[in-house]
Structures are given as structure tokens and as C-alpha cells.
Design a protein around this ligand. Structure first.
Ligand code: FAD
Ligand code: SF4
Ligand code: SF4
Length: 526
């Protein structure tokens, strides 16, 4: 029997953050993860994350994972990889490593096992070519293998939207994205990215069937009525070789259940979750939870919950006490509630039970509407646009994010508190430098210079596809819907190292399209 002071199950953002916090307070921590690499979901995430500077906003997910790992190493945390915890009885762990079972007795345990992807059954769903979005993401971002060339994505939550974008970056064509609800489930800025790439969104539709002899060759979609029932005769057939399923995640609460922790079914949190209080304590003394295992959310909140669980565990293990512990926890809780403040925050921990509620009241169709843009505090006035280069911030939803505010050298963007407030542009302070264009993880900012030439405007937008266009090339300029509306000439391609792969492209376009052009067609050179 191996003795451990604190065992953390899961080396994702929640588990690593918990281990770091507890180790900083002097706890001896051992982390177990079944994967060969630590970082959980983060190692597949090549996109820049939202959040604040403290959450490493604007940093690509896999880099956040690397940073967390470096911190655990510095603090002497032992990370056991390839170690599957298959048994948990209060604070005793049974671990399978290299075909052998090891037993650990821990003084305290933090379960941070994350969530698993939901499946969807339909005729043909067992054909090769049907896979979860996470599997496709693992193929492209970890193994550098393209699972298919023509993809249908099922589900418009952040996972479906982000993986669609990444599949296109990897070279696939996303033939469509289908969503049963009448509106997009994930962040509007993610949806806007794939709309600009011309991906058709089939809202109020579902997949009826996958067709193919030995593998997927096509997919049949059907429209749904208000009761989510198929409307006969509305079928559409799309030629695809891959169907990705992104229909939600389910907390991996099996170990907590095995240990006897009290559970509660909360649909908005993804299913059964271990009941926990605002210290991340479960109903079992000395057992704590953090991250997606106690309700599917995001890496930023998973890290904060991990930190909270780490402090609580350290307090339980008598490494910190009284006011010092209370102050530390209060600070983390403040950060957590700031992240959850917006339209998308759906997880709230009460003293002794998990609250069930739905704060999602949004109806988003993929691109910001004219009304939304007209009332958006980030969009400059006609008068300011007439004066010269200026930022146009098309961020119209309350998401926890502020890199635009942090990066602006002129202090022209204000998000303030809470962090979910919409960014406001002080238009006369902005000089159109375009630093915010590449810093925004949502790729929601462009600069527009209507004074560029007598009859040409210069639009500078973020771009993350290869190959990059040559300066001087004529390309197809696209609008928010991805429609090729005019030609543009590439005036500048700024590939700044600091922007970590997000390139600013400046395109000279006919003046009348200045407020329409928002990107260029991928590989769309004339
Ligand atoms: C496609 C996609 C895009 C995302 N984009 C963003 C984003 O832009 N911003 C953001 O904030 N969040 C994003 N997220 C969400 C974020 O990745 C998760 O919320 C976060 O990773 C949850 O952290 P976690 O530590 O709870 O779980 P995970 O990251 O899932 O880590 C859990 C770990 O536990 C291990 N484990 C599980 N069971 C066992 C066991 N029995 N024994 C040993 N190890 C075990 C797993 O191997 C895994 O490594 C995204 C998620 C996906 C899928
Ligand atoms: S373009 Fe430059 S000055 Fe204007 S808001 Fe963006 S970062 Fe600030
Ligand atoms: S505009 Fe600002 S708040 Fe909106 S996604 Fe971009 S960086 Fe975040």
C-alpha cells in the first residue's frame, strides 16, 4: 500500500490547477492520469482561449497545458501518466499502470476526471466515418491525420463550432453544420468564424441517416418542427465522407459514485454530478471535486474550481487555516462568479446542493444581426469611420473575455467589470493600429480605413488559414456570411510572432464594401 497525502485524479486544467494550489501551500501531491500526456482536453486545443490575463486569455489551449505542467514540475508534484484509477473507496485508490495494479491510500482526494462525449444513434451511425468531434480533434491536432475531406458537423455548441473551424484549418471542407435547436448553442464569435468561411448552418434540422456501403458516403438531414419532430419531405442529402458528433458532454462521475458520494441529476450541467458545496467538498469527508466532472463548463472555470479544491484540501490537511484560507478561497470564488456572470454561465454551487437553472436565453443564428451591430458599443460611428483607420469590434454577446482591453496601447477599449461586459470602443482614442485584431481570441475585430484611397477602403482582418496570400495578390473578399462579394488587393500581411499564428491581412476593397468585407475566401486568390 502506497501512502499519499493528496491524490488528484485527472491531469486536466482542473486537476493540475488543484495540484499547483495545494503544492504551493506545502501539500505533497500525486496526480494520476490515464493519458500518456498531461493536460486533459487542453492538449487538443490549438485555438486561443477566452478569459482574463489570470486565465491566460488569448493563449492557445495547448500552451496553457504546457505552462500548468511546468508549474507542477517546479513545485515537485508527481504526475503519474498512463495510470488509470479504476477503483475509489473513500480515499483508497486502485490504479492500473503498465498492466499492474497499484493501491494508494490518500489522506485526501480530488476527483477531476472531466467529461466524456455523448453519442448519437441514427440509421448508419455505426458506419466508418462517423465519430465524435473530440475524436476528429484528436486526429487533426495530436496525430496530424485528416479523418476525412468532406465533413458534416452535428451540434453547434462550442465543441462543434471550434472543431469545425479546426477541421477547415487542417484542410477539410465542412459541408454543413446541423443543429436541432433554432439557434446556435455556442459562442457567437465561434459561429461567426465558420460563417465567414462559408459553412452552411442547418438550424432546426437533425441528421436522419448516414448512407454508405463500407463507409459514410452521404448524410440525410431532415427539418424539425417546433416539437422537434421530423417534417416529412424536408430531407436534404449532403455528400460527405465524415460525420462528427458534437452533442454535448457528460460528467465522468463514476469514480465519485463508486466511492459513495451523493449525486444529483442536473441536465444543464450534463447529467449526474457529485453534490458539492462552495468549497468543492463532496458528501464524503476528505473528497473534493473540480472541473467538468461536477458540471460541464470551460477550462477557465475548471482551473478556478481546481484552485478552490486545492486550497480546501490543503485546509483539510492542515497546511492553511482560518482567515488565510478563507481569504484565498473568497478571492477564487470572486473570479469564478465573474466568469459565470454572462449569458452563458450555467453552473452555480450552493452551500449544500447543486442549483438547477438555465440562464441561456439567447437566440443566435450565426452572424450578428444589423440591430445587434447598430447597438454594439464596439462599433464606431459613421463620423469616426470617415476620419481614418479605426477598430470595429463585432462582439455582441456577454462572454467572459477581455484580451482586447488588455492589448490596446491607447486604452481605447473598455471591458471593465464584470469581465462579461461587452467591449466598448472610445472611438476618438483609437488610432487603428490593429493590435486588437490579432489579440482577440474570437477573431471578432477588424480595422477599417475609409480614407485609404479616393474610392478604396482598407479592411484589416485576422486570418488563421494556410497558405497565406502574397502581398499584392488579388483575392476574393467575403462578407460575414462567407459570400464572395468583391475582389480585394492584399496590401499587407502581418505575421507577428507575438500574435502566435493569427495573421493580420490588410485588403484594399471598393469603398462601398468597407463595412461588409470581413475576411477573404480561403485559398481564394483570383
Ligand atoms: C473542442 C473543445 C474546445 C474547447 N474550447 C474551450 C475554450 O476555448 N475555452 C475554455 O475555457 N474551455 C474550452 N473547452 C473546455 C475545456 O477543455 C474543459 O472544460 C476542460 O478541459 C475541463 O477540465 P477538466 O480538468 O475538468 O477535464 P479534462 O480536461 O477532461 O481532464 C480530465 C482528465 O482526467 C483524466 N481521467 C479521467 N478519468 C480518469 C481515471 N479514471 N483515471 C485517470 N485519469 C482519468 C483524463 O484522461 C483527462 O486527462 C473546450 C473543450 C472541447 C472538447
Ligand atoms: S486598433 Fe489599436 S488603438 Fe484601436 S482599439 Fe485596437 S488596439 Fe486600440
Ligand atoms: S472583442 Fe474582446 S471580449 Fe470580444 S472576443 Fe474579442 S477579446 Fe474577447
Amino acid at each position: 500500500m502506497n501512502k499519499v497525502e493528496l491524490a488528484v485524479i485527472g491531469a486536466g486544467p482542473a486537476g493540475l490547477a488543484a495540484a499547483i494550489e495545494a503544492a504551493q501551500l506545502g501539500v505533497k501531491v500525486v496526480v494520476f492520469d490515464e493519458n500518456a500526456q498531461p493536460g486533459g482536453q487542453l492538449f487538443k486545443q490549438i485555438h486561443k482561449f477566452f478569459g482574463s490575463r489570470e486565465h491566460r486569455a488569448g493563449t492557445r489551449g495547448f500552451r496553457i497545458g504546457q505552462e500548468l505542467l511546468a508549474q507542477t514540475e517546479e513545485l515537485g508534484v508527481k504526475v503519474n501518466l498512463g495510470s488509470t484509477v479504476f477503483g475509489l473507496d473513500k480515499r483508497n485508490l486502485w490504479v492500473l499502470k503498465e498492466g499492474k495494479t497499484e493501491v494508494y491510500q490518500a489522506d485526501a482526494v480530488i476527483v477531476a476526471a472531466g467529461a466524456s462525449e455523448n453519442a448519437l444513434a441514427f440509421p448508419g451511425s455505426t458506419l466508418p466515418g462517423v465519430m465524435t468531434a473530440g475524436a476528429a480533434q484528436t486526429f487533426i491536432n495530436l496525430h496530424r491525420v485528416l479523418p476525412g475531406k468532406k465533413v458534416l458537423m452535428v451540434g453547434s455548441g462550442n465543441v462543434g463550432l471550434i472543431v469545425s473551424y479546426q477541421l477547415m484549418q487542417a484542410g477539410a471542407e465542412v459541408v454543413g453544420l446541423v443543429e436541432a435547436a433554432p439557434s446556435i448553442g455556442g459562442y457567437g464569435v465561434h459561429a461567426a468564424k465558420i460563417k465567414r468561411a462559408g459553412v452552411p448552418l442547418f438550424l432546426g434540422h437533425t441528421i436522419a441517416e448516414a448512407i454508405g456501403e463500407h463507409q459514410v458516403e452521404s448524410a440525410v438531414l431532415t427539418k424539425l418542427n417546433e416539437s422537434f419532430q421530423p417534417i416529412p419531405g424536408s430531407e436534404i442529402t449532403l455528400e460527405v465522407d465524415t460525420i462528427c458528433i458534437a452533442v454535448g458532454l457528460t460528467p465522468m462521475m463514476e469514480l465519485a459514485r463508486m466511492a459513495g458520494a451523493e449525486l444529483k441529476y442536473v441536465p444543464k450541467l450534463g447529467g449526474h454530478v457529485p453534490v458539492n458545496n462552495d468549497n468543492m467538498e463532496t458528501s464524503i469527508t476528505g473528497m473534493f471535486v473540480a472541473g467538468d466532472v461536477c458540471g460541464v463548463e470551460e477550462a477557465s472555470s475548471a482551473m478556478e474550481e481546481g484552485r478552490l479544491a486545492g486550497v480546501t484540501a490543503a485546509e483539510y490537511l492542515k497546511h492553511i487555516a482560518g482567515k488565510a484560507a478563507a481569504d484565498r478561497k473568497a478571492l477564487i470564488r470572486e473570479q469564478l462568479s465573474a466568469i459565470r456572470n454572462g449569458t452563458f454561465g450555467n453552473k452555480e454551487h450552493l452551500k449544500d446542493k447543486v442549483k438547477e437553472e438555465n440562464t441561456l436565453g439567447l437566440r443566435f443564428s450565426g452572424t450578428p444581426s444589423k440591430d445587434e451591430l447598430d447597438s454594439c458599443p464596439g462599433v464606431p460611428s459613421e463620423g469616426r469611420l470617415a476620419k481614418g483607420p479605426v477598430a470595429v469590434i463585432e462582439c455582441v454577446q456577454e462572454i467572459p473575455c477581455n484580451p482586447c482591453e488588455q492589448v490596446c496601447p491607447k486604452g481605447a477599449i473598455k471591458v471593465g467589470k464584470p469581465i462579461t461586459s461587452l467591449p466598448q470602443l472610445t472611438e476618438n482614442a483609437c488610432n487603428g493600429c490593429a493590435s486588437c485584431v490579432t489579440a482577440c481570441p474570437g477573431l471578432a475585430i477588424v480595422t477599417v480605413d475609409r480614407t485609404y484611397d479616393e474610392n478604396k477602403a482598407l479592411v484589416t482582418f485576422p486570418y488563421e488559414y494556410l497558405p497565406l496570400p502574397e502581398t499584392g495578390a488579388t483575392v476574393h473578399a467575403v462578407n460575414r456570411q462567407g459570400e464572395r462579394i468583391c475582389y480585394g488587393q492584399v496590401v499587407k500581411v502581418r505575421n507577428n510572432k507575438k500574435a502566435d499564428g493569427t495573421v493580420a491581412i490588410s485588403l484594399a476593397v471598393p469603398e462601398e464594401y468597407a463595412m461588409e468585407v470581413r475576411s477573404m475566401a480561403k485559398g481564394g486568390t483570383k
